[in-house]
Design a protein around this ligand. Structure first.
Ligand code: FES
Length: 157
């Protein structure tokens, strides 16, 4: 259950939005930050705050790649697998990251530190291959650059 202060803050954000749906991603991200991922409980709480049904929240949650409906590592690396990044070696980068982290795409390292997620265009096409951690975009990412990024993570494997 979320703290009352967080609930009040989210209700305020929804009230300020033009429509509840406009605030949905914001609310889901805040709940995700609280729980670590968007748990079933969080879906119900988001629905309550937004005045939507849990099914409507579920539909929105599954549409957005940055919303996680299952547990993830402390760091989530999104690797672009769309066309511009493919052309610049994105597929190779993803394979190299799988090997480096000893995890399959979509999976989490054994120590729970990193989840590797292929995703659609990150909007950084001119600097492909691109990846994103949190709100930070990286590109172009060579394997050497990726190694530097991973080494700089708080829980680097
Ligand atoms: S295609 Fe990779 S960022 Fe757009």
């Amino acid at each position: 259950m979320i703290p009352q202060a967080l609930k009040q803050e989210l209700l305020h954000r929804v009230k300020e939005a033009i429509t509840p749906r406009e605030a949905a991603v914001d609310v889901m991200k805040a709940l995700q930050q609280h729980y670590g991922w968007l748990t079933d409980e969080a879906v119900g709480e988001a629905a309550d705050v937004l005045g939507l049904s849990p099914l409507q929240v579920e539909e929105l949650a599954t549409f957005y790649e940055m919303i996680y409906r299952r547990p993830v590592g402390r760091t989530v690396i999104h690797v672009c697998d769309s066309i511009s990044c493919w052309a610049m070696g994105g597929e190779t980068l993803l394979k190299q990251l799988e090997q480096r982290l000893n995890v399959s795409a979509g999976g989490t390292t054994d120590d729970g530190s990193i989840t590797l997620v292929p995703c659609s265009c990150l909007g950084n096409c001119g600097d492909g291959p691109a990846l994103m951690i949190g709100d930070r975009l990286y590109g172009p990412v060579s394997m050497e650059k990726a190694e530097q990024i991973i080494s700089g993570l708080p829980s680097a494997p």
